[in-house]
Design a protein around this ligand. Structure first.
Ligand code: HEC
Ligand code: HEC
Length: 222
């Protein structure tokens, strides 16, 4: 990280320590045992209101962020930040937009994104839904090369699916499909396009989407 990045993280840490002075006085003044700044930062930015202080979301339509791949999370926040920027290249790139997240991401600096995603990706994920023996639907075979046999991906730009919210997974698969079918561009208030994932979602048929969402949401996250 460059010097500017380190300086602004220190600044955020300083501000965060001021805000929760009573609770963290000792930790904030003792640099040897400085706590990671992330927890205060996700609270200051209001992320915790929807994604939880520890990355377990408060609503089944909002994603869990705990234990998710860091580079993947960074890419998502950059996409949301870009959404309302009027960039003419928007239609050609991997993109994502969703009113409330665009607004949240709009003013985040790269340094703050780094703090937020480092914090959430390092939280331990706990399963909110669990079936005894989740049985893989046939369509899951095509997901394995990228998202892993157990829904834990090996690539830091590809998200884990294990333990993610069922409703949320379903909404995302439908969003990838919808934009693939309607063509590029910012079509509605929310949407998602990715050159690798969109074609995958377009191959799905019949009850594949609800079955896949059910299956992955019941796999154990790590
Ligand atoms: C008012 C609720 C709300 C707040 C506040 C909020 N988010 Fe979100 N966030 C959402 C929703 C809803 C989605 C899913 C959007 C979609 O369907 O595309 C989302 C998606 C995301 C994603 C993509 C995750 C994935 O698995 O693809 C990231 C990363 C994220 N939010 C981070 C943040 C951060 C960091 C903050 C604070 C700066 C924040 N969010 C504040 C509701 C919220
Ligand atoms: C060739 C690789 C590849 C295959 C195969 C693939 N995916 Fe993906 N998937 C990706 C990538 C890359 C992303 C991240 C897209 C982005 O950054 O927006 C992704 C994102 C997703 C997301 C969004 C997760 C989130 O947190 O928002 C879901 C859900 C998903 N994939 C489900 C599936 C399912 C189900 C299958 C099998 C039917 C599948 N994918 C097959 C590469 C793949």
């Amino acid at each position: 990280m460059n010097t500017r990045g380190q300086a602004s993280i220190r600044l955020i840490l300083f501000a965060a320590c001021g805000a929760v002075l009573a609770a963290t006085l000792v930790a904030c003044t003792d640099s040897a045992s400085e706590p990671p700044p992330g927890k205060a930062v996700v609270e200051t930015h209001g992320c915790a209101e929807c994604h939880g202080t520890f990355g377990i979301s408060i609503n089944p339509r909002y994603p869990n962020l705990a234990g998710q791949k860091k580079d993947y999370l960074v890419n998502q926040l950059r996409s949301f930040r870009q959404a309302d920027s009027g960039d003419p290249k928007f239609a050609e790139m991997a993109r994502r937009y969703f009113g409330m997240m665009n607004a949240k991401a709009k003013n985040l600096s790269d340094e703050t994104i780094d703090v937020l995603t480092t914090y959430y990706s390092s939280q331990s994920c706990s399963l909110t839904q669990r079936a005894k023996e989740p049985v893989a639907p046939k369509a899951a075979g095509t997901c394995v090369p990228c998202h892993g046999t157990d829904g834990i991906s090996a690539d830091s730009e590809i998200p884990n699916l294990a333990g993610q919210r069922r409703e949320y997974i379903e909404i995302q698969l439908r969003a990838f499909r919808r934009e693939g079918e309607r063509g590029f561009g910012k079509n509605e208030d929310s949407g998602r396009f990715h050159p690798v994932m969109t074609p995958q979602a377009m191959k799905l048929q019949g009850t594949d989407i609800p079955e896949l969402a059910e299956y992955y949401s019941h796999l154990s996250c790590k």
